[in-house]
Design a protein around this ligand. Sequence first.
Ligand code: R2B
Ligand code: URA
Length: 292
Amino acid sequence: MQINPLLNTIPEHDLYLFKLDLTPENLDKFRGIRYVIMQGSSKRAAVLAKKLAKSVLNIDNRLFEPVNLVNTSNFAVYRIGNILSVSHGMGNVTIDALLHAITKLLHYAGNTEVEYIRVGTSGGIGVEPGTVVVTKNAFMPNLEAYYTTYELDQRIDTPTNLDHALVERLLAAQPKDISFPIVVGNSIAADDFYLGQCRYDGAMRARKDADYRAKFFAKVHELDICNFEMESSALAAFCNRAKIPATMIAVTLVNRFEGDQIKSSAEQLVEFSERSQQVVINYLLSRKDLSN
Ligand code: R2B
Ligand code: URA
């Protein structure tokens, strides 16, 4: 992990985004962390924490209620052994705030070697709903492999390749007879769910027609891009600068060649979301350095 060297010269007593006092007692709760698994919603982060308590720590789910270690309603952070299960909200901007906060916290708590994995949902582009996509590289909507942000009025482009060795380890950890498709590909982080992904069912009408969209999807295919979601480019750019191995596991809920709306039943959506969690659990269980 490579952190802003100026942090050593700027005393900080409470971590604003987590409403957390940086006392020795609080920092103790974050020592010895190796893996940070991020999902959009706090509820899913809690569900994963319960599953990890069972599969990693062998604790009966009925006896384990995850405790949120931070004091804000914007994010949740649960600890299971040396894994954190956290929520990042929706969109590049929100995950970026979470990444700064969690990385500072882990740094202040003395952690130096961590992996970050986002586990989520996405819209498939030419892949069947229910396929789990593991991302090699994130792309901006303009199909460039960097994340554009502004520091004051200056445009900055940060590369968005994810950690390919981590992707390989993740795949190698999956059982051969896994019951759903897993593919490795690239992802586009759109700026929003509707117009950024050219859906025609938003409250405002998309300004690009079906012909334009079809040509865009064809280009996307050539770049081995399999899905749309909304956080991978901020994740990739941040982790590139911070030298933190990272990737994303995102199940697809829809095939955008076939439509805009997500039509799966509530039960099916839960099952799909469990698939990406299963992939990360398989990976974590393959690691030799899990601790309780
Ligand atoms: C995938 O799903 C969410 C939108 O429904 C968003 O956070 C994302 O990246
Ligand atoms: N998340 C997205 O960003 N897009 C989809 O189509 C589904 C989930």
